[in-house]
Design a protein around this ligand. Sequence first.
Ligand SMILES: Cc1ncc(COP(=O)(O)O)c(C=O)c1O
Length: 397
Amino acid sequence: MKDGVNNFGLQIQNIKELWSLDPDINFLNHGSFGACPKSVLSTQQQLRARLEAEPVRFFTREWESLLDYARNQLADFIGGNEQNLVFVSNATTGVNAVLRSLQFSSDDELLTTNHEYNACRNALDFVANRSGARVTVAKIPFPLESPQEVIKAVLEQLSPKTKLALLDHITSQTGLILPIPELVQELQLRGVDTLIDGSHAPGMIALNVSEIAATYYVGNCHKWLCAPKGAAFLYVQKDKQSMIRPLTISHGANSLRRDKSLFQLEFDWMGTDDPTAYICVPEAIKLMGSLLPGGWEQLRQHNHELVLQGRKLLCDILNVFPPCPKDMIGSMAVIPMPQPWENQDFVSLHDRLLDDFGIELPFIPWQGQPKLLMRISAQIYNSIEEYEYLAKVLRKF
Ligand SMILES: Cc1ncc(COP(=O)(O)O)c(C=O)c1O
C-alpha cells in the first residue's frame, strides 16, 4: 500500500513515514516486537549522547530523576500507583522475576492456560520442577463465543492446592483479550494469587492496573506503546513487594536509603546498563497519543476497527468463520487457516509470504482444530489495502 487514505481520512503514507519501517514491506506484525517511531528513537539517541558525554555525571546525578519521571508518567498511563511500579527490560524478565522469587512446595499447584506464551510457560515449568509443584492447565476452547467460556475453563481447573495463576491479558497465539478483571476477582476470592502477563495490553486496550488489582502485573512498553526495545514494567501490590527480587542482585540489596522502597531500589539498578528505553516511555506515550485528535482512545479504537475489517475480509476470502467475538480482540486477530494451508509448514508459509510478496505476519501452529492460525496486527501505519493485498495473494497461493 503506497498512498491510501483510511476510514478516518488519514494519509497513511505520511503516518508510516513516522516509522523507519521498510516501505516495501506490508508490515502486518506489530504484535511480535512492536515498532518504534523515528522521533522516539531520536530522543533515545540524544539521551545516549548525553550519557556518553559524561557517563559519571549522568549515572550519579541525572539518571534517577529521569527514570522517576518516566515511572510517574507510565503509572499515570496504566492507571497505577507509581510506588508499585518498576521497569524491567521485557515481559519475560518481569514474569521470571516474580516466579523465581516465590517459594512453592510439592503440595502446590500453579495454574496457567493452553493459550500461554511459550517463554513464560517455560519459566513456570522451571519453578515448578525446582520445587516439585504441579502445573495445571486450563483448556480455554478455541474458537470460542464468549469470555464466560474462559472463566469457566479457569475456575474448573482450580483446586484447594492452587497457589498462583499465570494468565495472559491478551494471548499471543490467539490474540484473545481474556476477561482478566473478572478472573482476578474470582481467583482472589478463592485465595489464589495472580500473575498477569499483560505483554500486549499497554497501548492496545484501556488499562487500569489499580482496578484490576492483580497481585502481579507485567506489561511491555515496546509493543503497543511503541517505546524503544527493552522497555517493560512490573507492577506489584505493596504487601508482596518485599518478596519480589530482581533476577540480578545488586547495590539496592543493602542500601541504607529510606526515600525509596527496597523493591524500587533493587529493580532500578541491576548493574550498569542503558536505561534510555525506559526514559523514552513518556515520549512514546505523548507521540502516539498525539496522532489522532481523540488521543489514545481514538488510536485504540482505530486500530481495533482496522483489524476487524482486515479479519472480516480475510475470513470471507478464506471462507472461514471469525473464531471469537469482536469485543474479545484489540488490535491483533487470528484467522483459522483452512485446507490446503492447514497442513503446511508455518515457517515456510511465513517465509514465502515475506520473500515472494513482501508481507510480514506470523502463522501459528495450534493444538487441535483449527491446526494453523494466521495472525494479523493493526497499527496506525497500516491500511486496509494491505489486508486486501494479503487476501489477493492468498487467493492465488
Ligand atoms: C503474551 C506474551 N507474553 C510475553 C511475551 C514476551 O515479551 P518479551 O519478548 O518482550 O519479553 C510476549 C511476546 O510476544 C507475549 O505475546
